[in-house]
Design a protein around this ligand. Structure first.
Ligand SMILES: *Cc1c(COP(=O)(O)O)cnc(C)c1O
Length: 411
């Protein structure tokens, strides 16, 4: 009989979103009259349609496929040159960062990249993640066998966690113990925190000193408003020797359903073999893509490319304005309840401290029962998330206005 990957059996049951769904369903059953009033501010999916420039480009790309003369077959596995060039040019070189086109690898999204990255790394790397955390970093490492069993109190034996708390502005410090691989996400999901140049320099210095690899998840980079904040880890000298950066068109381009993102692997970046030889990761990642994938479809890559056209840039910035205005309104709503509010100024997530003595799930229940607002309990993202909840700015304006009104009425 076929053997299974037993590391999968260590995975703790996905608890957070199923538990939210269970509580909402239970409430709907017990209060059918209130069920229609429920507004979901929980899951981090976008709500607004893709912008006209992208729609046009994708329609035209479909027409290309419908005609023998313009038909396209298999794309290059790592992305069409026109898209790799636009990405490198607009997101890096225009900001003074030296990234070559062939250091950009186009993919069907950055969640997948976070996981498949582990295919080119050896087993047994010591891994550090923040707490609270985007659960993908944790679970993919469990599946790859980089941890031991799940712990009773949450987390996994053998996984190093770095605390992100109010005291450190939700920006964890490099761990004291030795690690080989660390995940950073800024602007952060779930806390909405950002990191400044000094903070990022500290991380790069630490990674170079300890020869650790930093996976920098910049999925929310386009939501940064503060011109002083770094847009890429590669703004920091030396990061091209210790970091991989992954980005996504999901949140800024509304591509959660279209599926496209990219990962930058600098050619200078190296790992090592067990016997100490240094190996560039770029070649391994290239090989991984060429062997395991036939790339991203023509209409999707044409759509992503249109995000970089003048119309695409203009329309996308309006889309981001929409969500960031939502975020500001939600911050105001929470503040009117007398709560301490974090994030939501350079990220589409507002992270809110529960009232004294109320835990994450109790606050979740209170907002559901009193105001029919569905939030995400912070405890679901890790132990340090206890005592907080997350509100997503991905919503219609009408819903956000209604949420804010109900919050005001709750006081
Ligand atoms: C939404 C999100 C992504 C993007 O994932 P895609 O697969 O590109 O849709 C990546 N990282 C974080 C932290 C996210 O919240």
């Amino acid at each position: 009989m076929v053997l299974v990957n037993e590391h999968y059996l260590k995975l703790a049951a996905g608890y957070l979103f199923p538990e939210i769904a269970r509580r909402v369903a239970e409430y709907e059953t017990s209060e059918p009259a209130a069920a229609d009033r429920i507004i979901r501010c929980g899951i981090g999916d976008v709500t607004e349609p893709i912008v006209p420039a992208v729609v046009e480009a994708m329609h035209a790309a479909i027409d290309d496929l419908a005609d023998r003369d313009t038909f396209r077959g298999y794309p290059p596995p790592t992305g069409y040159d026109f898209l790799r060039n636009s990405i490198a040019e607009h997101d890096y070189r225009a900001r003074g960062i030296r990234i070559d086109d062939d250091e950009v690898f186009v993919s069907d999204g950055s969640k997948g990249d976070c996981g498949s990255l582990l295919e080119i790394l050896g087993g047994g790397n010591r891994v550090a993640v923040s707490d609270p955390v985007y659960p993908v970093y944790v679970d993919t490492n469990v599946m790859a066998g980089n941890t031991k069993e799940a712990l009773e109190e949450g987390g996994y034996d053998g996984l190093v966690t770095m605390e992100a708390r109010e005291e450190n502005g939700f920006v964890p410090k490099p761990p004291a113990e030795p690690v080989d691989l660390v995940y950073l996400c800024f602007p952060n999901n779930p806390t909405g925190s950002t990191i400044d140049h000094a903070g990022l320099r500290e991380w790069v210095r630490w990674a170079l000193e300890h020869e650790a690899l930093v996976v920098y998840d910049a999925a929310y980079v386009n939501f940064i408003r503060d011109p002083e904040l770094p847009r890429s880890i590669f703004e920091i000298e030396g990061a091209d020797r210790c970091a991989i950066e992954t980005r996504s068109f999901s949140k800024n381009g509304g591509f959660t359903g279209v599926r496209c993102g990219y990962t930058v692997v600098p050619k200078k970046l190296e790992g090592r073999t067990r016997d100490g030889r240094r190996v560039p990761l770029h070649g391994l990642w290239n090989r991984r893509w060429c062997t395991r994938s036939n790339g991203v479809s023509w209409p999707v890559q044409r759509g992503a490319h249109a995000l970089y056209s003048p119309e695409g840039i203009e329309q996308t910035s309006m889309l981001i304005d929409h969500y960031m205005t939502n975020a500001a309104m939600l911050r105001g709503g929470c503040e009117s309840m007398g709560l301490r509010v974090f994030g939501g100024t350079d990220a589409p997530y507002v992270w809110v401290r529960c009232p004294e003595g109320v835990d994450s799930w109790a606050m979740f229940d209170r907002l559901l029962r009193k105001a029919q607002i569905v939030t995400t309990p912070g405890a679901g993202f890790g132990r340090c998330g206890e005592g907080y909840f997350r509100i997503s700015a991905f919503n219609s304006r009408a819903n956000v206005e209604e949420v804010v009104n109900r919050m005001r009425a709750m006081v």
